[in-house]
Design a protein around this ligand. Structure first.
Ligand code: GSH
Length: 215
């Protein structure tokens, strides 16, 4: 049987994979989703993307997209009914996503896995991460979404990481003085496309039935 769908190697709990799935959902595109176990990556994925991170999108023509942001952008370039890729905000969106991926993610990992990084107490890692949360809170104080009155690629690209930060300790997070950010996160967590992006799938292996996402 010939493959009919592009193929996304994904891992449910990975924030990078979440943003890729959100990009596909907002674009209204379907792919074959292959759920990966990070400790046992399928050789088929490593063959097309030896760096070994998820998400990876393998396209029917053979092209491979290996970075989550590029997958979001590619998907929204195909179809973007909600205009998440609005040209006017793209430079700002890119800068914010970069800050998320390069700086915030560094502190988020240390806050989440503080036991593996005993150089600093967990609360100090949290405070370092809060630097970025303060930037987001500032943006959300004047706008409903990060870059204006409408959702953009910055919201779906960053939300999975803020979620992960919040879920290290929800009680602590919701006591922090970031009411707009807390409301924004709540909004996204309740969005049906986000809920859909978190559907659970069995790990894929050669011979598994194809999982079409979204169904
Ligand atoms: N720059 C990559 C980062 C992706 C990434 O680091 N994904 C993690 C999971 S959240 C991963 O696959 N890590 C490999 C591993 O844990 O073996 C992207 O944006 O797609």
């Amino acid at each position: 049987m010939t493959a009919k769908y592009h193929c996304l190697y994904s891992f449910r709990r990975c924030p990078y994979a979440m943003r890729a799935r959100l990009g596909l959902l907002f674009a209204g595109l379907q792919v074959e989703l292959r759920e990966v176990v990070l400790k046992n990556k399928p050789p088929q994925m490593l063959a097309i993307s030896p760096k070994g991170t998820v998400p990876v999108l393998q396209m029917l023509g053979g092209r491979v997209i290996e970075q989550s942001r590029d997958i979001m952008v590619w998907a929204l370039e195909q179809q973007d009914p909600q205009k998440l890729l609005d040209e006017k905000i793209l430079p700002q969106a890119n800068a914010l996503i970069e800050q998320n991926d390069n700086d915030f993610k560094y502190w988020l990992d240390r806050y989440k896995y503080a036991d593996r990084h005993p150089e600093m107490p967990q609360a100090d890692y949290r405070l370092k991460g809060e630097g970025f949360l303060q930037v987001l809170e500032g943006l959300l104080a004047s706008n409903r979404f990060l870059l204006g009155a409408n959702a953009s690629i910055a919201d779906i690209g960053i939300m999975p990481f803020v979620r992960q930060f919040a879920h290290v300790d929800r009680e602590v997070f919701y006591r922090l003085p970031y009411p707009n950010l807390q409301q924004w996160l709540q909004y996204w967590l309740q969005q049906s496309l986000f809920v859909q992006s978190m559907t659970k799938f069995q790990p894929w292996q050669e011979g598994s039935n194809a999982v079409i996402f979204p169904a």
